[in-house]
Design a protein around this ligand. Sequence first.
Ligand code: ADP
Length: 168
Amino acid sequence: MTRTGVYPGTFDPITLGHMDIIRRGAHLVDRLVIGVTTNPSKSPMFSIDERMAMVRREVKDCGDGKIKVVSFDSLLMDFAEREGAAMILRGLRAVADFEYEYQMAGMNQQLNDRIETVFLMADVSLQPIASRLVKEIAVYGGDIHKFVTPAVAAEVKQRVEETGRKGS
Ligand code: ADP
């Protein structure tokens, strides 16, 4: 039996925190499907194609070929069911994520009781990282190299330059 896990997220952009969760998650399953949500309600900095390309590039050397990156814009549980997933992986950062994640896991359990939500903790040093703050720091000209890979940092910097930096 192949055990499949789905790790859904916006990945706008993918951070070292996400990548740590992906590495940890890949140890738990035979097949890990990273689901990049289109999520237009979050007005992402990067388009769905840009985010998919970034995630694909950043994970290409992890997981021994067991990782697949796809986009989805359906209900998470329908997507997970289509992928034949036994579990949904989510990262949990301190208390800030808890309420939202708790509610989402509870409602997803009501929608489909056969797929478990499993919470993973990133390395302590990576826990404070959030895509939203990475973008905010970059917009004000701060250094984001501790939070994302050099390639992602360059892409964020370029996008900020295209759209106009604040405070300069
Ligand atoms: P979403 O819009 O679904 O929250 P994100 O890309 O922001 O998408 O996050 C995807 C998942 O990764 C979420 O479960 C989030 O809690 C988790 N995550 C993001 N950053 C970190 C981090 N630094 N440590 C642990 N988990 C994280």
